[in-house]
Design a protein around this ligand. Structure first.
Ligand SMILES: NC(=O)c1ccc[n+]([C@@H]2O[C@H](COP(=O)([O-])OP(=O)(O)OC[C@H]3O[C@@H](n4cnc5c(N)ncnc54)[C@H](OP(=O)(O)O)[C@@H]3O)[C@@H](O)[C@H]2O)c1
Length: 310
């Protein structure tokens, strides 16, 4: 038995990774794609292509919708899909605020459908190992958490540079280290926030650097940038040990072997496609299995920290 998926949008991430990942997930079937330019939907070779999103959502043969639209369009299409009784996997950030994120989960719960934020890095076995190690208490409480995701250059005209469309580095890539932090410590909440934002003159943060501290002195440093050299770092100093990712690909490692340093010991992980694993897990839940999913509370907590930083 497979879940029949429809994809809203046929942009970069769909063309590069997620349409194929969905095809590769044994419990998922790519039934339909909708894109404003139908020819871009057709290139993905679904059973059916549509030129508008609502027609796909109203297609009764679709069980679940994957939303891969620009950030400002997530919330309206999440609600439209939930109202039509569809399960929803939506790209990160799920919405543009914690209140909207909570409202989306409330709507999904009321309708009895799954709603999941597609923070794909959290399905990677290495990240699962990191979060399990810390959240289980095995290496003690976090003293210092460092998570950075930076690269240089967003093409002119891209929605990432448009404040009305949910642009900015924090919403685009700051989400990743924040999900890692909350995955490690689900109730982690900042008491003090020191932050520096560099606005590129377009009304979006090109860089956000933040130092967050809890009431008990646990610290997290987060850097997200569209105008710094490409780098993705993750290191955690805890009361009982340290965890480090040393390959500078902490959040987007894809189809390649990876490793993790736990104190001075290296753990190795075989190559995988965490996008495929995400589609398989969400499909599994829809089919009644107990696959691991990112919890709604994690998405709400990350959105709450993003709100505080914006
Ligand atoms: N998980 C990941 O690794 C990952 C990586 C990159 C991005 N993302 C997320 O995926 C989503 C899409 O990102 P992307 O990089 O694929 O972006 P993109 O190539 O710019 O695609 C954005 C999509 O939004 C739709 N759209 C509708 N109205 C639009 C408008 N007025 N202007 C621009 N786009 C409009 C387009 O749909 P049509 O196809 O119908 O034209 C397009 O497919 C974002 O939420 C982003 O955060 C996730």
């Amino acid at each position: 038995m497979t879940v029949r998926w429809g994809i809203l949008g046929a942009g970069w991430i769909v063309q590069t990774a997620t349409a194929q990942a969905l095809r590769d997930a044994p419990s998922a079937h790519l039934a339909a794609v909708a894109a404003r330019d139908i020819s871009r939907a057709e290139t993905l070779e679904p059973d059916r292509a549509y030129s508008d999103y609502a027609t796909l959502i109203d297609d009764e043969s679709i069980d679940a919708v994957y939303i891969a639209l620009a950030n400002d369009q997530h919330a309206p299409w999440i609600h439209r899909a939930i109202d039509a009784g569809k399960h929803v996997l939506c790209e990160k950030p799920l919405t543009l605020s914690a209140a909207d994120t909570q409202a989306a989960f409330d709507a999904a719960r009321a309708a009895g459908v799954e709603l999941v934020e597609a923070a794909w890095s959290m399905w990677h076995p290495r990240m699962r190992r990191v979060t399990d190690l810390v959240s289980s208490g095995e290496i003690g409480a976090i003293r210092n958490f460092l998570g950075t995701f930076t690269f240089d250059g967003v093409p002119e005209g891209n929605y990432r540079l448009d404040p009305q469309m949910g642009g900015g580095a924090l919403l685009d890539i700051g989400i990743y280290p924040l999900h890692a932090l909350i995955g490690c410590a689900p109730t982690w909440a900042p008491h003090n926030i020191a932050k520096e934002t560099i606005d590129g003159g377009l009304g979006v943060d090109m860089t956000t650097k933040a130092r967050l501290t809890t009431e008990t002195g646990s610290r997290a440093s987060i850097v997200a940038s569209f105008s710094m050299p490409e780098s993705q770092r993750l290191s955690i100093e805890a009361d009982g040990g340290t965890i480090r990712i040393t390959d500078d690909q902490a959040f987007t490692t894809w189809r390649q072997p990876t490793s993790l340093m736990i104190d001075d010991h290296v753990e190795n992980f075989p190559e995988t496609d965490a996008y495929r694993d995400m589609f398989e897990a969400v499909s599994g839940r829809i089919l009644g299995r107990s696959d691991w999913l990112l919890d709604p509370s994690a998405s709400v907590r990350v959105a709450t920290i993003v709100d505080a930083l914006r």
